[in-house]
Design a protein around this ligand. Structure first.
Ligand code: F2R
Ligand code: MG
Ligand code: MG
Ligand code: MG
Length: 398
């Protein structure tokens, strides 16, 4: 079968960016006072969200209004427009910790030799965090403390501190999943397909040692890999076929000789994800009439913890294989991230993780026009994706 293309690699990382940047405003609704530059209000009752209502909650720059060139399209659809309803021009949408850590991780993988030095990764995360401080990127509180601590102790024993967070339980925040997609890219062509598990565990362990945090990272990394592989196939699978193949792969992490020892210490984090896979299966088999935004929130979740957001992202991608009556677009990528936003809660991260999976599947060319360009650092993330692609495919051609 065909190899996943550069278009898919770029779709994956640009998917994180777009889901994060466009999803973030829906989250900050809850923190309105903390973000004085965000204005207007969309209805809190997310069940009632119509596409029209998803437009206005954007960051605006009042000082430098620029008019689009005559005849230029500001956006491909009325949804998620780059100008607000009142005609003011918006700045690029700001990215958050999700994108920042993804870019840092992808760069680290691009620039490393084969033996990855996780102290270096800790250094890079910390350095970027310090750059990010004045920009309010919304890092999780546990990770914020850790990245500061690493710097204070001059990167000695970096693996020690994460185990001490959250009263010694370690973090189960979804930061393990939000930044992991570069690992799926990096290990795609590795003859040892379970290297994905090793790198996921070791990179997560810097900040997330709770078993559910670790398995969340593995879940998302495998979902992205599956999307890359199935997206490259000529015969596209159904959503159920995708899920079945994913489930087999996810199960094999626990049972296979190659990985069972490695994940043994985190085994207790597995079952909650298996239960979520069963919920996803139930919703997909029952079709759109079997689920609602409320049911997704209750049974899959929309929260900042891994188990209540990472499977939700996979569902948003899979549910969008078919039309959704309250989301008015024919575009798979747009439908998937819009579903993620409509859930409310941790919209930047569920949006970003949905975007990573769906972007890896459809490829950058299938994103709606201007979605990537309307985000901060779009050129940077496409460039990082290309560098990583070239490194991992020994390729100089596109
Ligand atoms: N920080 C945010 N959003 C604003 C705050 C949200 C608010 N706390 C809420 O509840 O809605 N977004 C960014 O944080 C998420 C990624 O977080 P990360 O990197 O995993 O950080 P952290 O601090 O380790 O964990 C985040 C929260 O998860 C809960 N949590 C983690 N471990 C826990 C445990 N063992 N027991 C109980 N709760 C645990 C805590 O609430 C942490 O604060 C992304 O959404 C990113 O966008
Ligand atoms: Mg964020
Ligand atoms: Mg978030
Ligand atoms: Mg395509």
């Amino acid at each position: 079968s065909l190899l996943p293309s550069l278009n898919q690699w770029q779709g994956c990382l640009a998917g994180v960016l777009v889901g994060d940047c466009l999803g973030f405003p829906y989250e900050v609704i809850r923190f309105k006072k903390m973000f004085p530059h965000t204005i207007e209000f969309i209805e809190d009752d997310l069940e009632k969200i119509k596409i029209r209502q998803m437009i206005p909650y954007v960051r605006r720059v009042k000082k430098t209004p620029t008019k689009p060139a005559k005849g230029a399209r500001v956006t491909s659809t009325p949804t998620l427009a780059t100008t607000s309803g009142s005609g003011e021009t918006c700045s690029e949408r700001q990215y958050t910790d999700d994108t920042s850590m993804t870019i840092t991780f992808a760069k680290f993988l691009t620039e490393s030799n084969d033996s990855l030095d996780y102290v270096d990764l800790a250094r890079s995360f910390s350095a970027e965090f310090i750059v990010d401080v004045p920009k309010s990127r919304g890092y999780g509180p546990g990770v914020k403390k850790l990245l500061t601590k690493f710097d204070e102790v001059n990167f000695k024993n970096v693996f020690q501190y994460a185990t001490e967070t959250f009263k010694g339980q370690g973090s189960m925040g979804n930061g393990s999943g939000m930044r992991i997609s570069p690992v799926a890219l990096y290990t795609l062509n590795d003859p040892d397909r379970f290297r994905l598990v090793d790198i996921t565990i070791d990179s997560c362990r810097l900040t997330h040692t709770h078993p559910e945090g670790i398995f969340g990272g593995i879940f998302q990394a495998l979902a992205v890999r599956q999307a890359l592989l199935f997206g490259a196939k000529k015969d596209k699978p159904s959503a159920i076929e995708f899920l079945d193949a994913f489930e087999t792969e996810f199960k094999s992490v626990l049972s296979s000789k190659a990985t069972s020892k490695r994940v043994a210490a985190y085994q207790s984090g597995y079952q909650i994800y298996q239960d979520k896979i069963d919920v996803i299966k139930k919703f997909l088999k029952g079709g759109p009439s079997s689920w609602s935004l409320q049911k997704i929130k209750e049974e899959l979740g929309n929260k900042v913890v891994s188990s209540k957001s990472i499977p939700t992202a996979l569902f948003c991608f899979l549910a969008s294989f078919q039309e959704i009556d309250f989301i008015h677009t024919d575009n798979h990528f747009q439908r998937a991230i819009t579903l993620a936003f409509a859930l409310g809660g941790d919209t930047d991260t569920i949006g970003g993780m949905t975007g990573a999976i769906c972007g890896a599947y459809v490829g950058l060319d299938d994103f709606p026009e201007n979605f990537v360009q309307s985000c901060e650092a779009s050129g940077k993330i496409l460039n990082v994706a290309e560098q990583l692609y070239r490194k991992c495919n020994n390729s100089t051609e596109v």
